[in-house]
Design a protein around this ligand. Structure first.
Ligand SMILES: O=C(O)[C@]1(O)C=C(c2cccc(Sc3ccccc3)c2)[C@@H](O)[C@H](O)C1
Length: 145
């Protein structure tokens, strides 16, 4: 049975590749989606890849995942540092969660050092750029086998 992973991307990630390439790299979210589909094919996973700037939409997608997905990869972006709602939704659905950040949030501004998602994720990857998405999918494939 092919395991299905919901890949969620938070606010402003739709702007990747357009500004701040020195911080977030030159790749776009479309580039990340493409690399995720290549990795998923290699790992025998199916993917649902989404991005939203709206916290409530991300919460609803997480809730729906209880019935439609086997695991979640999430880059919550700025909501990492603010959203108890996303934390609670991830806890409620009780699916394996891998958290990804393109940058090393621990080397950045203090307000980025804490993530409300990390305590409900089985693993957290940060600082490896877009490779972090591939690494997280590898970890999810292993967790779901
Ligand atoms: O490193 C990440 O992936 C992170 O999750 C991603 C973030 C992020 C995501 C998208 C955009 C921006 S800021 C930005 C705005 C315009 C163009 C490029 C970047 C930050 C930060 O909010 C987080 O603190 C860290």
């Amino acid at each position: 049975m092919t395991k299905r992973v919901l890949v969620l991307n938070g606010p402003n990630l739709n702007l990747l590749g357009t500004r701040e390439p020195g911080t977030y790299g030159a790749e776009t979210l479309k580039d990340i989606e493409a690399l995720c589909h290549v990795a998923a094919e290699e790992l025998g996973l199916s993917l649902d890849f989404r991005q939203s700037n709206y916290e409530g939409e991300l919460v609803t997608w997480i809730q729906d995942a209880r019935k439609t997905a086997d695991g979640i990869l999430i880059n919550p972006a700025a909501y990492s540092h603010t959203s108890v709602a996303i934390h609670d939704a991830l806890r409620a659905v009780n699916l394996p969660v891998a958290e990804v950040h393109l940058t090393n949030i621990h080397q950045r501004e203090a307000f980025r050092h804490h993530s409300y998602v990390s305590s409900v994720a089985f693993g957290v990857i940060c600082g490896f750029g877009t490779l972090g998405y591939r690494l997280a999918l590898m970890a999810l494939a292993d967790k779901l086998k």
